[in-house]
Design a protein around this ligand. Sequence first.
Ligand code: DGT
Ligand code: CA
Ligand code: ZN
Length: 610
Amino acid sequence: MDLDDHALEATLLEIARLLELKGENPFKVRAYENAARALASLDRDAVALARAGGLEGVPGIGESIREKLHELATTGRLAYLEELREGVPVGLFDVMRVPGLGAKKTKALWEQLGVVSLETLEAACREGHVAGLKGFGKKTQENIVAGLAQLARARGRVLRADALPQVRELAARLAAVPGVERVELAGSIRRGRETVKDGDVLVASRDPEPVMDAVVGAPGVQDVIGRGPTKTSVHLASGLQVDVRVVEPEAFASALVYFTGSKAFNVALRQRALDLGFSLNEYALRPLDGTPPPALADEAALFRALGLAWVPPELREDTGELALAASGGLPRLVEPADLRGVLHVHTRWSDGAHTVDEMVAEAARLGYEYVGISDHSQAARYANGLDPARLAAQREEVEAARAAHPGIRVLHGIECDILADGALDLPDDCLARLDFVIASVHTELGMERDRMTARLVRAVSHPAVRVLGHPLGRRLLEREASSFDWEPVLDAALANGVAIEVNGQPERLDADWVHIKRIRARGVKLCLNPDAHGCPSLDHARTHAVLEARRGWAGPADVVNALPADRFVAEFLRPGAGQGGAPGAGAEAKPRAAKKAGARGRGAKRATPG
Ligand code: DGT
Ligand code: CA
Ligand code: ZN
């Protein structure tokens, strides 16, 4: 291991934090902090000094710490640190840095609420559990939520969906540089996190210079943050930072694993390597006995060498995936091709950009067996939501689309607003005539927790409701999630066979992966939807929603719309749904005026698309 002075200092500070987390004597903690400061102010090569035993007499560094630094500098390892790290989630170091949270509060959150990372902290706040903790209270919880938001903004994160095409374009450019053997995206983009701090690109080549030339000369590059022989960082015109690293082809597999991360996953993987007698870093997997490192053709070979199945990047968050990879028990995750149909599709009847016919044609073109049209309901005035008369009139257009596209089953539903008291926004008889109902909250998202819980339970218990839409109501980087108690909502969903949506809009991704795990554990099904407002976003289910579901360990059996059309209708909707003329299909409810004015004219705007 290559050590710089900073590594010694960082190790001492890490020990101090770990001691605090373990509730150790404050004097001991202070001793490590003081020693770190003493090292920082040393104007000589600290590693060389430590190795040679030359730290004696340096003020602020006692004998016991001196010995540890010697061990670290000579062997690259420190048994004491590894012992301290045992069982302490690395994510806690991020938690400790949240404004208002020190080691003491972090310890309480960890021990009493199972908080192990910023994500789990956020979830615990959302659930209101933090407020209930002794010594915390509502005010503290609010401060933590504000602190988390502040951290997210300060960290300058952007939506993955915004970053992805930009990073891909640069990567494609690099793939064309002579001498380049492989190019892959790494980091949080590859793991499918909802937001990312920067883009990471990994290149295999024996000749890095032309690659770096291509990076700094790429058309979208605004400025060069730094250029070196192995790493170049740039800002794109959008402000997004991209780090490009070039490694020898032999190092590509270990580098790809390392730079894909997450950091927590890397730490756990390296520990496993050490336990098996290897050192693992971004360059190689090296036997500690000095025998030559094994050749690793790809990531799978590296995992294999550690007795592990290949872990999909979406799972690499150190939340139990390594144990399963060791036992051969990794779940088969849902894949884009598993989705046989989608619900939650808006049209020009409310706030969508395309007609029913256009959306159905696009769904057919994408290979779906069924598509559910679901515009907003009347309470959503801002979106031109449908009242009963317009809903009935829309049925005309749905019937026309059915006739025009016999290859796809067209379902007629609605995204019905959940009113403040949990009642639905349309009369029961009106809802009963539809093939499906997605119930969603669009107003009073910040309502008090108990009222929100009761509101959702009531909505989910309505017999017409099939899906609870975007349950958190969050907008990434903009709006916090609503707060409610998940358990009663999941109970009601289970009792009523209601699925929870995984909304594929990149700024929603709702339910999120942390809750998806809980939903699945409860036996409640997921419905992966695009929430499309036009043809281009119709595929958001296969791209973004599938990724979020994979991060939540969901398999095809967890997903209702992985069912083929016949079973989806028979088992999840009701027999005959989506075939037109369904029981009580509601011809009697269609006002004539609406029939003439609304449907046909718009539907005819575009014939079957080419
Ligand atoms: P981001 O950029 O905040 O959205 O998230 P990442 O995961 O892309 O983080 P980034 O860009 O800082 O680093 C890329 C990967 O490199 C990360 O997932 C794991 C690895 N890595 C970075 N720093 C460290 C470190 O200090 N220790 C270890 N073990 N791995 C690291
Ligand atoms: Ca990154
Ligand atoms: Zn909605």
